[in-house]
Design a protein around this ligand. Structure first.
Ligand code: SF4
Ligand code: SF4
Length: 163
């Protein structure tokens, strides 16, 4: 599958699905859309031409692209990182092989990570589907696996330091 089509499928997976049954932005005044015009969301391969053109795209020294917003965007054209937040579909392995487990993103600064709120099954399922789609193109596959490994390491470290 072409990378752009992978991303479009990921977007569709979470089109009408939200983390809670109500607008979670009401809990925190939309904290994750604070938009300081400096902090960026990592873009997946194929996303650059699909997101809201009003969102600025910058590249780091490794060539990774980031979307930098000012706190508002066309919701239908928001980046994938914003759609799956605060979850992440982590790739894991056991004796039976590889599988995807949806985890709270350990980097997230979001009230939904406190355990106080119940994230909907529909949202978690959508995030899992995103993981499956990202494996369907060579470029998104490699990118996603690297990111998943980084996040898995982060989760392990966070658990270790909590002990
Ligand atoms: S995802 Fe988290 S930080 Fe973002 S609006 Fe919802 S509760 Fe707030
Ligand atoms: S790009 Fe849109 S959804 Fe993502 S943080 Fe900015 S305003 Fe929020």
């Amino acid at each position: 599958m072409k990378k752009e089509n992978v991303i479009k499928s990921c977007y569709s997976s979470l089109r009408n699905v939200t983390p809670l049954e109500f607008d979670c932005g009401k809990i925190c005044k939309g904290k994750c859309c604070g938009g300081d015009g400096k902090t960026g969301m990592l873009l997946y391969p194929g996303e650059e031409n699909l997101i809201d053109p009003e969102i600025e795209i910058i590249k780091n020294e490794n060539g990774d692209s980031f979307a930098v917003c000012n706190g508002s965007c066309d919701r239908n054209k928001r980046p994938l990182a914003c759609r799956i937040y605060p979850l992440f579909p982590v790739i894991k392995k056991d004796e039976a092989g590889e599988y995807i487990e949806v985890e709270l993103d350990p980097r997230a600064d979001c009230p939904l990570t406190s355990g106080e709120y119940k994230i909907t099954r529909r949202f978690a399922k959508g995030v899992k589907r995103v993981g499956r789609y990202l494996l369907l193109n060579d470029e998104t596959n490699v990118f996603y696996r690297e990111l998943s490994d980084e996040i898995q390491e982060y989760i392990v470290l966070k658990k270790f330091f909590k002990k």
